[in-house]
Design a protein around this ligand. Structure first.
Ligand code: FAD
Length: 562
């Protein structure tokens, strides 16, 4: 409601619901999706028609009192302006967690052992330098906060942290400062949310093209600090490719890397800062690569007779001369889920109820094994036409068919609505979450099968009927990302124990099968236990040594990574 929404607008900065995803008043419903109830009942054992059991009321939370000493509050006020230093319980709770399932379950259980003691909203880099130095002088701890959308447990203060904890919210720093049109680079403040960034760039005819599913509620600084990747990474690159120059405030100093296209300056400082999760300082601004807004954009849908065929086609597209914006193929389970979530009169359900089904059956397809794929194209009309034709040939060579623009356009329009589903089913007793990895093309399908097996074994250990589904997205020359979504019915009052069994099995399967612990969701606290297996114990030690040398007193987001 409006009162709750007003309460999370700390210092004019819009935050998400304290208890879940997105804006207050915006929610998912299954009522307009005729197949979804039966689908979820059959596969997860949860009846969406049962009334939801929403999160607690904010008043029911036991929010620990702020421990910020007056001297620290005064020093923060001197740096950022007294009006930008706030200690309300709502703001401290909003800044405690990100949006992982663990974070949401903790909030729902009122589990708040430690919140930030104070939230400060500096308006420029000088103010940030003042805040960081004030924190160091006071022997306190500082946690940078972007949109609060991470799912890696990267934000919460350690439960036993005895020093005062300051959350530094970048939300007032939300402007595109300049565009170097000749170099196609934009200088942007780190606190800008996705839509604000694209609106400002778009008004000048540019786009950065970075579109994570969390686009509406995540920031440039957060993307850089977590090594984010957006749906259009095939064309625009991951955030590590898009970020050219950086300015990062550390206690007593400022790190500046130049926006050069490439450098040979020893181990890359820019790369050390990308993915540093606030542990190497506060990113205040970045030079990012931008592109002219494309003249045309088309997302085309395809069907494949199997996931193996779809993956092989994506691999061949990535090795071909076709330029694509995105390549994505869902396995049969995710395809079935997409059919189940479509509305009665639109898109996919219309497609599959048409003569297409009969046509595919006649061609010998197993309709339960259909895999839906989307490939995106941008450019002038001729380029889009050529690229589509190249992709069509590859799709046909792998036994696939073109199903056209309709489903692709719908996917493109609706992709930011999907995150709301998790709170809705959580209200109704289903736990759902995601895990992503990346691996070389040669290892991708064995990894996929291993994860499916391990997830099923984990569901059996928990004693539930579980659901795991997957899509390939983010294709590279040498491999791709696999993104798994899993769900199961909560059967006990200790859902985190059940969750750990399933999430842990999937993550372990990633590293056992040669994948990375995460393609784009960072390390945080959630994935830290697999770091040594992923990058070797010596690699993990090197990260620890870097962080320890820059921040010997562990003042900068001490809980994250190592
Ligand atoms: P926060 O969550 O606020 O912070 C994350 C980390 O970055 C923390 O350690 C924080 O201290 C640090 N940090 C933030 N700002 C700064 C700064 N200015 N300087 C230094 N450190 C900073 N991720 C993807 O990459 N692709 C996706 O498609 C995607 N989809 C998602 C969908 C959903 C539904 C959800 C819940 C998450 C998704 N994510 C995705 C994860 C998340 O959105 C990313 O990790 C995102 O980059 C976090 O940005 P943020 O601004 O919300 O950062």
């Amino acid at each position: 409601d409006q009162a709750a929404q007003d309460a999370v607008e700390g210092d004019g900065v819009q935050h998400m619901k304290w208890w879940g995803w997105g804006r207050e008043g915006v929610a998912f419903t299954h009522q307009d999706k005729p197949r979804l109830r039966d689908f979820v009942l059959e596969n997860v054992g949860v009846d969406l028609d049962t009334p939801g059991r929403p999160a607690l009321d904010f008043d029911e939370l036991d929010v620990p009192a702020s421990r910020a000493p007056q001297g620290l509050l005064d020093a923060l006020g001197a740096a950022a302006g007294a009006g930008h230093v706030r200690t309300t319980p709502m703001e401290r709770v909003v800044h405690t967690y990100g949006k992982s399932l663990r974070d949401l379950l903790r909030l729902r259980a009122g589990d708040l052992p430690r919140t930030p003691d104070v939230v400060v909203y500096p308006g420029d880099e000088d103010a940030i330098r003042g805040v960081v130095d004030a924190v160091a002088d006071a022997g306190a701890v500082l946690i940078a906060f972007g949109g609060g959308s991470n799912i890696s447990g990267s934000l919460h203060p350690p439960a036993d942290e005895e020093r005062p904890v300051v959350s530094l919210d970048l939300g007032r720093m939300n402007r595109v400062l300049e565009v170097d049109e000749e170099s196609r680079l934009a200088r942007v403040q780190a606190g800008v949310l996705g839509p604000d960034l694209e609106d400002q760039l778009g008004a000048r005819g540019w786009t950065m093209g970075h579109v994570p599913d969390s686009f509406t509620h995540s920031t440039l600084g957060g993307w850089i600090a977590t090594r984010s990747s957006g749906a259009q990474s095939d064309k625009y690159g991951d955030i590590a490719d898009l970020t050219r120059g950086l300015r990062v405030v550390q206690p007593g100093r400022l790190v500046v890397t130049r926006p050069v296209p490439s450098e040979a300056t020893g181990p890359s400082v820019r790369e050390m800062l990308i993915g540093s999760e606030g542990r190497l300082g506060v990113i205040t601004e970045a030079w990012v690569q931008v592109h002219r807004l494309p003249q045309n954009r088309e997302i085309i849908g395809y069907f494949f007779p199997s996931f193996e065929a779809g993956v092989a086609a994506m691999r061949d597209i990535s090795a071909s001369d076709a330029s694509t914006v995105l390549t994505r193929v869902s396995d049969a389970r995710e395809t079935a889920f997409s059919f189940a979530t479509s509305k009665a009169s639109k898109g996919l359900s219309h497609l599959v109820s048409s003569g297409l089904k009969e046509y595919l059956r006649r061609r010998g397809w197993d309709l339960d094994a259909i895999c839906l794929s989307f490939v995106g194209f941008e450019g002038d009309a001729d380029a889009v036409k050529d690229d589509k034709s190249r992709v069509k040939k590859i799709v046909k060579a792998h036994g696939g068919i073109v199903v056209g623009k309709g489903p692709g356009t719908l996917y493109d329009q609706k992709k930011f609505d999907t995150p709301y589903i998790r709170d809705y089913i959580l209200d109704r007793g289903a736990l759902a979450d995601v895990s992503d990895t990346a691996a070389a093309w040669s290892g991708l399908l064995p990894l996929y099968r291993h994860v499916r097996e391990q997830a099923d074994a984990a569901f059996a250990r928990v004693g539930v009927k579980g659901w795991v589904m997957c899509h390939l997205s983010h294709s590279y020359h040498g491999g791709a990302c696999l993104y798994f979504t899993f769900a199961f019915r909560q059967t006990s009052e200790t859902p985190l124990v059940e969750y750990d069994v399933v999430k842990g099995a999937i993550q372990q399967a990633f590293v056992d099968a040669g994948g990375t612990l995460s393609h784009h969701h960072a390390v945080g606290t959630e994935h830290a236990r697999w770091l040594a297996e992923d990058i070797s114990p010596a690699g993990e030690a090197m990260i620890g040594e870097l962080l320890g040398a820059v921040d010997p007193d562990r003042r900068l987001n001490p809980g994250a990574i190592v």
